[in-house]
Design a protein around this ligand. Structure first.
Ligand code: 6PG
Length: 483
């Protein structure tokens, strides 16, 4: 019997769907699950009539695979991955390949790639995005790790991935060590930002403009015919029209406390570590945290007798203004996300291809959109682009949207509607395009109370000065170091 092309461990929904997708593309898959009854259930149910074969132990799995073996873990990120690796390694031969397809934190992938390379095992940590449907019919796949492994898994991963309209696979080699999982982490951070921006637009329409669900559905449907054409806007349109058993919109019955599994938080933490002003994504994580303080908010709403005033004026004009505010904010979010990716690429010597990353996100994943095609073009035209908003296409949009964007943010503040992401995006752009910020005052204060020194506008960068501001402080500067 022909041996398997690839083994997959973990038969939760993502694992099962990836296996069926691989099978559809002509790859012979060996399926394994820790609770082995799940293997039989899968073979007798969803995988019935396919070429998928089952394994009832890791030894059995290894035995049934063609060498170099390729084994993909579709298990929960964290310790479970390490445990499977520990069990697999003694059973494998030099040159075999382990692929982790979960949402692992990239430092874990750095560590695992190196530890396994020392043992002669080639490791890949890959982001897989697109939910159940993506896994089944074409996800976006972002592999990184040991580059020696890539030629062996490339036909499988590119074969099963989503394709662009030009039939380009939404999967390519990202970079060494944890680069693939880093890029997936930023994808998820951007996903958080997009979702929060859409929620802010919905809130403005519902509470500010007093629109009905039918009207809001129509508005998002129209948004989706513009530059905002994207999966998340599309599903928002569906959600707005979905009725519960009582005939009311289901979303009205859903508790307003957002969950999170941590990838958005990691993105924010990494931005702080790398010194990148990733304000929008970080605000979107905090917005979820704030939403989860439901009981406190209910109390505070009573205590402060909180009201949201109605937004007056022409509804159609406001809707167009919201659309522009959403679009401009989204550009800032992606611009910040790519700033973070660029910084990581430079710090960790990953040599990332930014246009390539945009292409991987163009289809299959949760943030897929027409807009990512424009981002890809921007980086193809100028791979050294520091700020996406400076690309001519995006700069024109930002300038065209500016006055509506300011109007929407100002109005939301005036009527008491929280709008953390649209507001922080605008504030970021105002800061980024200001040649002289008030940080001179911060430097003066630091030097005043702690002799932390400052640079001067009339001297070369890198020359530091200290002033004895009070006459009592002495002339000794503190040692300089930067976090
Ligand atoms: C994807 C998603 C997925 C993520 C969920 C839930 O790309 O398919 O990003 O990986 O786990 O969206 O994330 P939160 O629970 O943190 O919202």
């Amino acid at each position: 019997m022909k041996k398997g092309d690839i083994g997959v461990i973990g038969l939760a929904v993502m694992g099962q769907n990836l296996i069926l997708n691989m099978n559809d593309h002509g790859f012979k898959v060996v399926a394994f699950n820790r609770t082995t009854s799940k293997v039989d259930d899968f073979l007798n149910d969803a995988a019935k009539g396919t070429d998928v074969i089952g394994a009832h132990s890791l030894e059995d799995l290894v035995e049934k695979l063609e060498t170099p073996r390729k084994i993909m873990l579709m298990v929960r990120a964290g310790d479970v991955v390490d445990k499977f690796i520990d069990k697999l390694v003694p059973l494998l031969d030099e040159g075999d390949i382990i692929i982790d397809g979960g949402n692992s934190n990239y430092p874990d992938t750095n560590r695992r790639t190196q530890e396994l390379a020392e043992k002669g095992i080639r490791y890949i940590g890959t982001g897989v995005s697109g939910g159940e449907e993506g896994a089944r019919f074409g996800p976006s796949i972002m592999p990184g790790g040991n580059p020696e492994a890539w030629p062996f898994v490339k036909p499988i991963l590119q074969g099963i991935s989503a394709k662009t309209d030009q039939n380009e696979p939404c999967c390519d080699w990202v970079g060494k060590n944890g680069a693939g999982h880093f890029v997936k982490m930023v994808h998820n951070g951007i996903e958080y930002g997009d979702m929060q921006l859409i929620s802010e637009a919905y809130h403005f329409m519902k509470e500010g403009l007093g629109m009905s669900y039918e009207e809001m559905q129509e508005a998002f449907k129209q948004f989706n015919t513009t530059e905002l054409d994207s999966y998340l806007v599309e599903i928002t349109t569906d959600i707005l029209g979905y009725k519960d058993e009582d005939g009311q919109p289901l979303v009205e019955h859903i508790l307003d406390a957002a969950g999170q599994k941590g990838t958005g938080k990691w993105t924010g933490i990494n931005a702080l570590d790398l010194g990148i002003p990733l304000t929008l994504i970080s605000e979107s994580v905090f917005a979820r945290c704030l939403s989860s303080l439901k009981d406190q908010r209910v109390e505070a709403a009573k205590h402060f007798n909180k009201q949201i005033d109605k937004v007056e004026g022409d509804k159609a004009q406001w809707l167009e203004a919201i659309r522009q505010a959403l679009l401009a904010s989204k550009i800032i979010s992606y611009a910040q996300g790519f700033m973070l990716i660029r910084e990581a690429s430079e710090q960790f010597n990953w040599d990332l291809n930014y246009g390539g990353v945009a292409l991987m996100w163009r289809g299959g994943c949760i943030i897929r959109s027409a807009f990512l095609g424009n981002i890809r073009d921007a980086y193809e035209n100028n791979p050294d682009l520091q700020f996406l908003g400076s690309d001519p296409y995006f700069k024109d949009i930002l300038e065209d949207c500016m006055s509506s964007w300011r109007k929407v943010v100002a109005k939301s503040i005036e009527v008491g509607l929280p709008m953390p992401c649209m507001a922080s995006a605008l504030t970021f752009l105002d800061g980024y395009t200001t040649d002289r910020l008030p940080a001179n005052m911060i430097q003066a204060q630091r030097d005043y109370f702690g002799a932390h020194t400052y640079e001067r506008t009339d001297k070369a960068r890198g020359e530091f000065f200290h002033t004895n501001w009070t006459g009592k402080g002495g002339n000794t500067a503190s040692t300089t170091y930067d976090v």
